[in-house]
Write a protein that binds this ligand. Structure first.
Ligand SMILES: [Zn+2]
Length: 359
């Protein structure tokens, strides 16, 4: 395949990867939505910044710049207002336009256009840049920031919640015999429905929570899937991630799952080696005066508080968590520590170390 074919394929693949993560928080601030606007309208900035960065990384012998400008067919604007695309500079010929959101214009049928500027000009299609960036310092803050958010979204893991019938057969059956009152376990379908209900409760805010956790900690999940295994007679733990069948309300379920996912992010991420001694690390931050179980919950509760208060605007969930752990001294002590020392200060300590392990 030629470099041109490779670049077309690369751009199309990236477009497919980015498109599902477009959401209103990524729109250009001055973007005014018009009725029946194409799906890609308003997302050219962050998508093109990522495309440009990825092209430079994957095709290091080629020259690319990021263009901001207007697109015309004859003298009519093809795409309303400001548009962002990538320019591929050729050694001998002029250049090509690489437009990852070309479908903002009804003129193009394709989502992605990679075309020689001269050939486009023959059809009277002109991409006129008024700004061409060769390095990231030359790019405006707004698309850069929005590209960071979009990139983070593409790295978020998928949370899959399913009834773990193998686990249930291997363990729950025996737990039920030992701990139950003689009532047999419910049917396969019954537990599948519970897992489905959990998914429905998690889904609306799930991505927002995952994204906020990454922003708060500066960490990225190591794995791209979080499998949540639902089985009776378990309560909740994070590795492997398991949930019981006892959660009756949305807020309670979201809170418990968030707790476990914070454990996961703090201990299985792209900044620290697998098997890192976190207990030693957190001892050095939070001291020897607490039990191990309290120690590991100090960062969990600090991150949780920031998530609920600043991101979800749900301080009532802090109260809900405190109430739910009130009778468990180790967990209650972790909340006391967080309230006494301040969650921001605890997060700052975590981030300081994360910054120092990143090369
Ligand atoms: Zn925990």
């Amino acid at each position: 395949m030629s470099t041109l074919d490779d670049i077309i394929k690369f751009t199309e693949t990236l477009r497919d990867k980015l498109e599902p993560h477009w959401s209103s928080d990524l729109l250009y601030e001055k973007y005014v939505h018009i009725l029946d606007a194409p799906k890609s309208a308003g997302y050219c900035g962050p998508s093109s910044v990522i495309l440009w960065q990825e092209l430079r990384k994957n095709f290091p012998s080629e020259q690319f710049s990021l263009a901001v400008g207007k697109v015309y067919k004859d003298s009519t604007e093809l795409i309303n207002g400001k548009h962002v695309w990538v320019v591929w500079h050729h050694k001998l010929k002029a250049a090509s336009v690489i437009d990852i959101t070309a479908d903002q214009s009804s003129y193009f049928k394709e989502k992605v256009v990679v075309a020689d500027i001269d050939l486009l000009a023959k059809e009277a299609v002109n991409y006129i840049p008024y700004q061409l960036a060769r390095s990231i310092d030359e790019v405006d803050e707004s698309p850069k920031k929005r590209a960071e958010i979009l990139r983070m979204k593409t790295h978020l893991p998928k949370v899959r919640i399913d009834y773990a019938w193998l686990l249930s057969d291997a363990a729950s059956v025996h737990l039920n015999e030992k701990l139950g009152d003689g009532t047999p376990l419910r049917s396969y379908e019954y537990y599948c429905d519970i897992a489905k209900k959990y998914s429905e409760w998690w889904e609306p805010e799930g991505e927002k929570i995952l994204q906020a956790l990454c922003e708060i900690t500066g960490l990225e999940f190591y794995q791209n899937t979080i499998d949540v295994h639902v089985a009776p007679w378990f309560y909740a733990f994070s590795s492997p991630m398991a949930l019981g069948v006892v959660f009756k309300e949305k807020d309670v379920l979201v809170n418990v799952l968030t707790h476990e996912i914070i454990h996961r992010l703090l201990t299985d991420n792209k900044s620290y080696d697998y098997g890192h001694d976190y207990v030693k690390l957190w001892r050095s931050m939070f001291g020897d005066g607490v039990t191990k179980n309290t120690l590991v919950h100090i960062p969990v509760h600090a991150v949780m508080k920031k998530l609920y208060v600043d991101y979800l605007k749900r301080p009532d969930l802090v109260a809900l968590d405190k109430k739910s752990v009130a009778e468990y001294p180790d967990y209650a002590a972790a909340w006391e520590y967080v309230d006494e020392h301040g969650h921001e200060e605890i997060i700052a300590k975590l981030r300081e170390d994360i910054g120092s392990v990143r090369s």
